[in-house]
Design a protein around this ligand. Sequence first.
Ligand SMILES: [Zn+2]
Length: 171
Amino acid sequence: MCEEKFGKRIYILDASALIFGFMSSSDEMQITCREVLEEVKFGEAAVYRATVIREGVGPKIIEPREEYVEAVKREVTRIGETGLSDADIKLLALALMFKDNGWEPVIVSADYAIQNTAFSLNIKVEPIIHKGIEKVIVWISYCPKCKWVGGVFKEGICPNCGSKLKRRPKR
Ligand SMILES: [Zn+2]
């Protein structure tokens, strides 16, 4: 099979892609970042998928370089997007990084804030359409330090201990 390196597709999976079990054809590269796995490990079937990834048969875990994280943060501020987690920002940074290296990054996500930011960065998004399943992920806030759990996710600090809040899917 003839493979072209330049413009080769790379799929960048967010938590919703992992929770819904996104699969591309097997010869296409799939990546995600550590923070996404952290979000996913709270989901139901997702525990299994997180194990699959750790064992090297799912997406590879790659971290973006800091300069790309900063570039995404500047764009997020410029367009006034809210509701992006650290994981989301890192995924967008991965997409920018691979684009700079001649790849064609495609972010797989059901998240509107990611789709919107990707659009403004001129990065392709594949919204998740999963046969027969229609489910909306509701994100709730939790504190990684003291385990406080709150309502629908908003940026902010824990009312109990002051740590930065993270998000996880509501069970
Ligand atoms: Zn706390």
